[in-house]
Write a protein that binds this ligand. Structure first.
Ligand code: UFG
Length: 337
């Protein structure tokens, strides 16, 4: 069996997936340009999984460096995590997002074709559903009217995969649409890192819990939801990791392009999440209601039937584990990073 190449393998979802793959006996290679990650993550993957993945510090846009990875290794599948993920920033710097989140996929797919690598798993996002669909989202709903360049880039890469699956019917594309990834490795050694501002609700809750912010800003309490705050489908990063393994197993036996939602199908409001965090961790999270954040939806959650029936994947970790593990990571990460 050849190796599995993880692009962005030192990032949040990539690092957890790397650990789970190594534990399952896969040979893992990581390519990462360290733009939003840290080499200590590689040490910690090794600590948890007992094996150090081969690592290349490369930018996917640099053809020569990328080709070297394909020439030096027998790669069987690629899981493409690399990319920028701050939705707000994508609105301010659209060119940066189109360049960093679309071009690398093209470069990778070209190398895959050149070197006969047939299986591609892509980190997509619930962001592709946009505001025109009603939750729960099913994979066959129309996509396209995304509210930000981040979501548009994900959709463009999905479409590239679909077009290529027609032109190259011997290839397999597994598109995984994540809902709201959160939590961390229970060891406290891996979790979400960010070099500039954090970009998820849980990271901000942790900042308040750490005393780095006096209160949490809640963006909107006038949505048409039971408590007026936004509703999302939070999913533990370790469950996402096993979703990728199920995706790879499916790719072994099926050709074509296949799309799956990875969520729990459970809806939690901002206030629900704060309450669970406070109960599980015994910490008060002061908050203030502020104006809605532009582009935010009132509610977004998954229909998870397809992933369950086709991949045999169900997210097992509950919201309490997500709050507990995120806080454990937030408290310890500064010692290791
Ligand atoms: N929120 C706050 N205060 C904060 C941060 C967030 O009230 O400080 C609220 C948001 O308004 C939203 C909810 O918390 O209602 C979740 O917000 P996040 O920023 O954590 O997540 P989003 O749902 O906006 O975006 C996430 C990912 C994207 C992905 C999208 C798909 O960050 O990568 O889900 O739905 F595209």
């Amino acid at each position: 069996m050849g190796a599995i190449l993880l692009t962005g393998g030192l990032g949040f979802v990539g690092s957890h997936t790397g650990v789970e793959l190594i534990k399952e006996g896969y040979d893992v290679i990581i390519v990462d340009n360290l733009s939003n990650s840290d080499m200590k993550t590689l040490d910690n993957i090794e600590k948890i999984a007992g094996k150090r993945p081969r690592f290349y510090e490369e930018d996917l846009c640099q053809e020569e460096g990328l080709e070297k990875v394909f020439l030096e290794n027998k790669i069987e599948s690629v899981i493409h995590f690399a990319g920028y993920k701050a939705v707000g920033e994508s609105r301010e710097k659209p060119l940066l997002y189109y360049k960093n989140n679309v071009l690398p996929a093209l470069m990778l797919l070209e190398q895959m074709q050149k070197h006969g690598v047939k299986k591609f798993v892509f980190s997509s996002s619930a962001a592709v559903y946009g505001p025109d669909n009603d939750a729960p989202y099913t994979e066959d709903m129309p996509t396209g009217n995304c509210t930000n360049p981040y979501g548009k880039c994900k959709r463009i890469v999905e479409e590239i995969c679909q077009d290529l699956s027609v032109a190259a019917p011997d290839m397999t594309f597994i598109i995984l649409r994540y809902f709201n990834p959160t939590g961390a490795h229970e060891s406290g050694l891996l979790g979400e890192t960010f070099k500039s501002l954090p970009n998820s609700l849980m990271s901000y809750i942790c900042k308040v819990a750490l005393g780095e912010c006096r209160y949490l800003s809640i963006f909107g309490n006038d949505y048409p939801t039971p408590d007026g705050t936004g509703i999302r489908d939070y999913v533990h990063v370790l469950d996402l990791a096993t979703g990728h393994i199920k995706g790879l197993e499916y790719a072994d036996k099926n050709r074509g392009c296949h799309i799956f939602n990875l969520g729990r199908g459970k809806a939690y409001s901002v206030l629900d999440l704060i309450k669970v965090f406070e109960q599980v961790n015994g910490i008060q999270i002061p908050y203030l209601f502020e104006a809605r954040r532009p582009g935010d939806l009132a509610l977004a959650y998954a229909d998870c039937k397809k992933a369950k029936e086709v991949l045999g994947w169900v997210a097992e970790k509950d919201i309490e584990s997500m709050c507990k593990d995120s806080w454990h990571w937030a408290r310890t990460k500064w010692d290791i990073l």
